[in-house]
Design a protein around this ligand. Structure first.
Ligand code: ATP
Length: 282
């Protein structure tokens, strides 16, 4: 049995078993342009938090669009490779099918519906669960408990909320679908440390409930602290991967992503590209 299928089978008896994701040799391009993902392979085992790190423009959001079946909206396409969800090929599936398979997205930049109330934003997340009114109500109530600030703002237009509150709306909306795998695209971006801590706590809770998480983050310290496994990508390719604990201890990661070089703070963007690639690929 393939490792992914074995892992799925191992968790099949759990009511809240997380979904497994396997991306194999994926090439993705937009319009007539060359590929922005090139031979990308990545695995999220059921129930794991996996983080994907990488500089701006590396292709992280493109990967999320590919998994969610959203490339077509952006004039993009998978040109080679496969995306498997729980061992089933979903490479060319529609986004509605992907959502029905239990995959949720917290998109980059929150993308709340600004004129809809907080409540309606949350309820929109449950559109695939229409047959289960009582269960949807229970999930809705649990979201108001998990995010008390949203209970207070329930009837306000989501567009009037602060960035941190909008991020809570985006997370709660995705969780309303009861996803078995949650994709999160830079949930902490631009938010105050207190809010970032809350977001981290929510991610850890979500995983404790059995949901698998693929977390794209610029905040590598946060991501590697809570993740089981991590990938680093540059210009459409994975250049480094390993258990999160190992990546946290990795000198290059400490230098370029955590800004720790023997006490001297330094941004990874300042370091010449060739030097990073040479070291990571050697
Ligand atoms: P960031 O951290 O800045 O969000 P990213 O790692 O998520 O970056 P992507 O947004 O996936 O990177 O972009 C990868 C590459 O694809 C970039 O060069 C970007 O300009 C290009 N790209 C993204 N969307 C499109 C599009 N709709 N049409 C053409 N090129 C695109």
């Amino acid at each position: 049995m393939e490792p992914m299928k074995a892992a799925v089978a191992a968790t099949a008896g759990l009511a809240t078993a997380g979904a497994g994701l396997e991306v194999r040799n994926l090439d993705v391009g937009y319009g007539p342009l060359g590929e922005v993902l090139r031979g990308l392979s990545l695995t999220v085992a059921p129930g794991q938090i996996v983080t994907l790190l990488g500089p701006n423009g590396a292709g992280k959001t493109t990967l999320m669009r590919a998994v969610m079946g959203l490339l077509g909206l952006h004039d993009g396409e998978v040109r080679r490779g496969e995306i498997l969800l729980d061992g089933v090929d979903c490479t060319s599936a529609e986004s509605s099918q992907i959502v029905r398979r239990g995959i949720g997205l917290v998109p980059e930049g929150r993308q709340v519906f600004p004129t809809l109330s907080v409540e309606d934003n949350l309820r929109s997340g449950a559109h695939t669960r229409r047959g289960n009114r009582a269960e949807v109500e229970a999930t809705f109530e649990s979201m108001l408990e998990r995010f008390p600030v949203l209970a207070d703002r329930r009837r306000q237009a989501a567009g009037l909320l602060s960035g941190g509150e909008q991020q809570m709306v985006a997370m709660a909306r995705a969780l309303m679908a009861k996803p078995r795998l949650l994709l999160m695209d830079e949930p902490s971006l631009g938010l105050a440390p207190r809010i970032v801590e809350q977001i981290r706590d929510v991610i850890v809770e979500v995983r404790a409930e059995g949901t698998s998480v693929l977390l794209v983050e610029q905040n590598a310290a946060l991501a590697l602290e809570i993740a089981d496994y991590g990938y680093v990508m540059e210009t459409g390719r994975i250049v480094l991967d390993g258990p999160a604990k190992e990546l946290l201890a990795n000198t290059e990661i400490r230098e370029f992503y955590l800004g720790q070089t023997g006490g001297e703070r330094r941004n990874y963007r300042d370091v010449k590209h060739y030097r990073r690639r040479k070291r990571w690929l050697s």
